[in-house]
Design a protein around this ligand. Structure first.
Ligand code: F1P
Length: 339
């Protein structure tokens, strides 16, 4: 199964990216250092929209007020719902570099006097010809329709740029640590799912905050695309305010917990279990009494946010197989949306 193969390639691709980081990021980093934009925004479609969401939150967190960052879907900018300030930077995120709305957003940004950048896995794609600078990862080579290694690789690249720009002392250890953690999440999730098969559940709930909320939203689109399942996503404690009414015995909740709210998110896990649902935690340490994956990421800055998507990718695969669906042939989908 091509999609599962590409999910399993992520640790190796992340290791390769760590080696190639300085070369891949150079033009984008130099533009930022040279032009010093006070606003760095992100734009994408589909999975790349949730990539934009996570990176924007991460840039705001790591820059600690030095810059402002917003995130947009391509259509919001292309069709004028949102305006960009001149001299801001808009970073387009697109695996293919061919999504019409993302390209349209960069063209609109350029007309507003903003700087533009293209982050893509396809050198020579249309988006790279529109943008002022590019960051291209030709070594990702994703063949599946649904995005997996392309999502986590672009997330890793630009999360590393945030470290490079705002916390450069930690860049080297980050580039070393992420590929190791990527392998741990993959191996631990596969081992967990041998005991607790996500394929037997029919309703999925992904909960978290900030960058982890963005990872959870990517999980929604991934599990939807691959297994056509009923998937919900909320900030963890928001789940009490109505959505928990849907919890049933066939509900599987994944809580992407953060250290600032750990105790409260653990209470939410136990409430879901009391309502009959099953809970998996993915965080620096497991919740008491739940299944879980531990990511011993050393910093307390959400820098491991995209690694948590790997567990959600595998849930989609397991559920698809249980339903007799082929994740390599997602219903109604094409690899790129162009119009
Ligand atoms: C964006 C995207 C994917 C989605 C599908 C259609 O692609 O929406 O996220 O899974 O493949 O295209 P891109 O702009 O990142 O190439």
């Amino acid at each position: 199964m091509q999609t599962l193969d590409e999910i399993r390639q992520q640790p190796e691709k992340h290791r390769l990216l760590s080696e190639k980081y300085p070369e891949v990021i150079q033009k984008l980093k130099n533009l930022i250092l040279d032009k010093k934009p006070k606003e760095i925004n992100f734009v994408g479609c589909g999975s790349s929209y949730y990539l934009a969401m996570g990176l924007s939150r991460h840039f705001n967190r790591l820059s600690d007020g030095e810059i402002r960052s917003n995130y947009y879907s391509g259509s919001e900018i292309m069709f004028g719902l949102s305006k960009l300030p001149a001299d801001s930077l808009l970073i387009g995120l697109s695996r293919s570099g061919e999504s019409s709305e993302t390209i349209g957003a960069l063209e609109t940004a350029r007309d507003c006097g903003a700087y533009t950048a293209a982050v893509t896995c396809e050198p020579g794609s249309t988006m790279t010809r529109v943008a002022d600078v590019t960051a291209e990862m030709d070594f990702i080579e994703e063949k599946s329709i649904v995005m997996t290694k392309s999502f986590t690789s672009m997330a890793f690249l630009i999360s590393a740029l945030a470290k490079d720009l705002f916390s450069s002392g930690n860049l080297e250890s980050y580039l070393k640590e992420i590929p190791e953690l990527s392998k741990k999440v993959l191996d631990d999730a596969e081992a967990l799912f041998e005991k607790l098969n996500p394929g037997k559940f029919e309703h999925f709930v992904f909960l978290g905050y900030d960058e982890y909320f963005s990872a959870a939203m990517e999980g929604v689109i991934k599990v939807t695309e691959t297994s056509l399942s009923d998937v919900d996503c909320y900030q963890t404690l928001e789940y009490r305010h109505g959505p928990k009414s849907k919890i049933k015995a066939n509900s599987l909740a994944v809580i992407l917990a953060n250290s600032k709210m750990y105790g409260e998110e653990e209470k939410m896990a136990h409430e879901i279990m009391e309502l009959g649902g099953t809970v998996i935690s993915i965080a620096s340490r497991k919740f008491q009494g739940t299944n879980g994956i531990e990511i011993p990421y050393e910093k307390d800055d959400f820098g491991d946010w995209f690694l948590r998507v790997i567990l959600l990718q595998l849930i989609g695969i397991r559920r698809a197989v249980a339903k007799g669906l082929d994740p390599d042939k997602p219903t109604h989908l094409s690899k790129v949306v162009k119009f």
